[in-house]
Design a protein around this ligand. Structure first.
Ligand code: NDP
Ligand code: 2IT
Length: 453
């Protein structure tokens, strides 16, 4: 197991002590601290003024009650969160997640990752994350609207285009952003388009934002493949999840000539050896909001098309050249990694946040598999959110092609800066070390300039 440098170990111990019962947050901090040993060896000045300790402590954490009434007239109570982690680079920026598994530790790990990810984009955005343990599954549009309105009725006082700018994440898409924007506008009496991103196209949203995370991961993974002299063309690809990130990953991989043969949701996974039929998948997931097994029900079983129920197998059993985990944290374990390697995987691009366990990452890297960590590989979503903010601020509207071409450049720049930083710090090919160090240095400099705040 990689060690934390002696000088940084007390920082990790303090984070664990102070944030008891938050294993995902500990995991995210540990990975960054493991990388930073190489930085403080060269630049001991980064140990001054408790700079690293300060990065690990959120600037502000907000936890609030969200009461709402369901369709049967019963009052429901959820918990809302916003962790404003770091405003060194710009206003807090990061998504909102609605999922029953949400708790403060999950939001903190996501907010912490977001600091470095946002810095890597090269755009002026700080790091934050929020959400609720609300479960949108099976809820009517009216219930979702009332929940979103109640959630925003507390959150709005903490937001602003220069303060904190949320967007979507798991369980939060265009519908939820619309309800939250409407409530923000009503409460503040301001048409402040730049306060949320991922908006609908008819009220200040950006073309290509919906596609950006999945497209971005595909550009990043393509750049990794090209360092080995290969590309997506003809590759077998497995993409877990079937939400926003997964669907637009599949779309871009197919455009690049790859064959996506499997995807999933929390009820199980499907395989289609003919290649996933994207129009059918979109119809089932985006329009009907149905379970993934419906794909096989419509398509018909046989000819290499089948469904495997959750608990009866893992999507990572499916042999592939490229794996793009795009569902949730810690969904790909060390065992899964070993199986993927045995089946010939050559590259892994994380579409989700922290989907591979530390053991899985180690296993991939030791086997020479190219591994793109989420904070670099999935940064296209938030980068395009920053482009949406630019369009809102200038009251302008860019074409799809303009926006996608900025995204493609940003992703190649992120790839190259991770690659060269890893080399510079004596870890060639290690994108984890490259991303953590490049992101850290960008945030550390303004922090130092601002003094002890
Ligand atoms: P969606 O809600 O659109 O889709 C999530 C997908 O992952 C669904 O298929 C869902 O299945 C599955 N999933 C979620 N939680 C679990 C779980 N606990 N177990 C098994 N499957 C699960 O979310 P996104 O596509 O937006 O987000 C996916 C990942 O990408 C997350 O890690 C998110 O943080 C990350 N991400 C998202 C960005 C964005 O712009 N949206 C940007 C960068 C990263 P089911 O429907 O059955 O729950
Ligand atoms: O994890 C992420 O980067 C996101 N969910 C997107 C955040 C954003 O502000 O667009």
């Amino acid at each position: 197991m990689p060690q934390i440098d002696d000088k940084l170990a007390p920082i990790y111990e303090e984070v664990v002590r102070r944030n008891a019962g938050e294993p995902e947050f500990h995991q995210a901090v540990r990975e960054v601290l493991e990388s930073l040993g190489r930085v403080v060896a060269k630049r001991p000045d980064y140990l001054e003024d408790a700079l690293i300790e300060r990065i690990c402590e959120p600037e502000r954490q907000i936890i609030f009650r969200v009461p709402w009434t369901d369709d049967k007239g019963r009052v429901q109570i959820n918990r809302g969160f916003r962790v404003q982690f770091s405003s060194a680079m710009g206003p807090y920026k990061g998504g909102l997640r609605f999922h029953p598994s949400v708790n403060v530790g999950i939001i903190k790990f996501l907010g912490f990752e977001q600091i470095f990810k946002n810095a890597l984009t090269g755009l002026p955005i700080g790091g934050g994350k929020g959400g609720s343990d609300f479960d949108p599954k099976g809820r009517s549009d009216g219930e979702v609207m009332r929940f979103c309105q109640s959630f925003m009725t507390e959150l709005y006082r903490h937001l602003g285009e220069y303060t904190d700018v949320p967007a979507g994440d798991i369980g939060v898409g265009a519908r939820e952003i619309g309800y939250m924007f409407g409530q923000y506008k009503r409460l503040t009496n301001r048409y402040e388009a730049g306060v949320l991103t991922g908006k609908g196209l008819f009220y200040g949203g950006s073309l290509a934002r919906k596609e950006a995370t999945g497209y971005g991961n595909t550009y990043f993974t393509q750049a990794m493949l090209r360092t080995g002299g290969t590309d997506f063309d003809g590759k077998r690809v497995v993409v877990s999840g079937s939400g926003n990130v997964a669907i637009y990953t599949i779309e871009k991989v197919q455009e690049f000539g790859g064959k996506v043969i499997a995807c999933s949701d929390s009820s199980g996974y499907i395989v289609d050896e003919a290649g996933i039929d994207l129009e059918l998948l979109k119809e089932i997931k985006e329009v009907r909001r149905a379970r993934i097994s419906q794909y096989i029900r419509v398509k018909g079983e046989g000819n290499g098309a089948y469904f495997v129920k959750s608990g009866e197998g893992s999507i990572w059993d499916v042999a592939c050249d490229v794996a793009m985990p795009s569902a949730t944290q810690n969904e790909l374990t060390g065992k899964d990694a070993t199986r993927l390697i045995r089946n010939g995987v050559i590259a892994v691009g994380e579409g989700a946040n922290m989907p591979c366990t530390p053991e899985a990452i180690r296993t991939f890297q030791q086997a020479g598999v190219k591994f793109g960590p989420g904070k670099a590989a999935n940064a296209g979503g938030v980068a395009t959110s920053a482009l949406e903010m630019q369009q809102n601020a200038s009251r302008d509207r860019w074409t799809f092609e303009q926006t996608e071409s900025r995204l493609a450049t940003i992703m190649r720049d992120i790839h190259d800066s991770c690659y060269t930083t890893a080399e510079e710090f004596g870890a060639p090919g290690d994108y984890v070390i490259g991303a953590n160090i490049a992101g850290f240095i960008r945030v550390a400099e303004p922090m130092r300039a601002f003094g002890v705040i």
